[in-house]
Ligand binder design. Structure first.
Ligand code: ADP
Ligand code: MG
Length: 321
């Protein structure tokens, strides 16, 4: 039976590159580059809550790191380091090897070093902390949106929620749509390049993890502004356009969550720069609404006729009803 230290050595120890000291001592040691500050974020994935028992280990390793890197993207930070606190019910070598492969493949793709963590027996739980760097004046905070700014979204929302609806047998997707949506749900790709490119351009940003309306609500609240969204202008994937259940499609688009796209605000003066960076990165960026002064903290969704739509649920809340 592998000991805790065998597990750490075999599966989670890699030579450090940028860090002064990584896995194996009481603490990791590293420093930000001159002129930069550290950006730190933690996200936890709990079995039965965020993933089902029996979920593919490699995809879990990928997703656990991806959702964390998405927060660095939303801050405009460059990813550098990560720590992993892992609870597992048993020392399943094959599970650990697959999990580590999924995690390190993504870590390598984004230049992230795993520099520490904790390993314990318990109900399966994956908690990653990521550490990035950003010049403090260029960090993409939630509190910088101003009345008159435009609201932008990368990619589109709703696909991960569609995959979940399929898994829960609320709809049946065709093979191609299912493959596309499952990839969005299980192996999201964090928008790191976009976050870096938006430094000095976006006035505020957030990653869409809990639902578009709910997450824009955080920008509205922190910035003391109102956000208006134009429903007809929201980008939709082919899978979402094909969804015959209009109510479900609306729910997925506005409140689905697990999208890991970036929603951000920018002055209309910056429109050409936003469009240029989208072309440069090969990304779709869509103007989906605008920022207003009235009703601070509110997000209103308008239909094609300009009337306010009634939205059943804004997003996901672990303690909400
Ligand atoms: P301590 O007793 O000081 O908490 P541990 O015995 O828990 O140290 O861990 C030994 C070393 O292995 C530490 O450097 C710790 O950061 C690292 N470590 C433990 N678990 C993991 C993990 N799952 N991934 C990466 N590093 C880990
Ligand atoms: Mg420990």
């Amino acid at each position: 039976m592998a000991s805790e230290f065998d597990i750490i050595r075999r599966h989670f120890t890699r030579p450090v590159k940028r860090a002064l000291l990584g896995v194996g001592d009481d603490c990791a040691l590293f420093a930000p580059d001159p002129g930069e500050v550290l950006a730190v974020s933690t996200d936890m994935l709990v079995e039965g809550r965020h993933f089902l028992a029996g979920a593919d280990a490699a995809r879990l390793g990928h997703k656990a790191l991806a959702v964390n890197l998405s927060d660095l993207a939303a801050m405009g930070a460059a990813p550098r380091y990560a720590t992993l606190a892992l609870a597992i019910p048993d020392a399943d070598e094959s599970w650990l090897a697959q999990f580590a492969r999924g995690l390190f493949d993504l870590a390598q793709a984004f230049g992230v070093e795993l520099v520490g963590g904790d390993t314990t027996r318990g109900p399966r739980n994956i908690c990653i902390t990521v550490i990035g760097t950003v010049p403090p004046a260029l960090a993409l905070r939630r509190d910088g949106a101003k009345a008159g700014d435009e609201v932008w979204l990368s990619g589109c929302t709703g696909d991960a929620a569609l995959a979940l609806a399929h898994r829960e047998r609320r709809i049946r997707l065709g093979d191609a749509a299912l493959a596309h949506c499952l990839a969005r749900l299980d192996t999201p790709v964090p928008c790191i390049a976009l976050g870096l490119a938006l430094r000095g351009i976006a006035s505020s940003a957030i990653d869409v993890s809990d639902g578009l309306v709910a997450d824009l609500g955080h920008i509205a609240a922190r910035s003391g502004v109102a956000v208006g969204l134009r429903y007809a202008q929201l980008p939709r994937s082919r899978a979402l356009k094909a969804c015959a259940d209009e109510r479900l499609a609306q729910q997925c688009l506005l409140a689905g969550g697990d999208d890991y796209e970036l929603a951000f605000t920018a002055s209309p003066d910056a429109r050409a720069r936003v469009e240029a960076l989208a072309a440069g990165l090969g990304l779709t960026l869509t103007r989906i609404g605008s920022v207003g002064a009235g009703g601070p903290g509110a997000v209103c969704v308008y239909d094609a006729g300009g009337s306010i739509m009634h939205i059943a649920s804004g997003g996901f809340d672990h303690f909400g009803s």
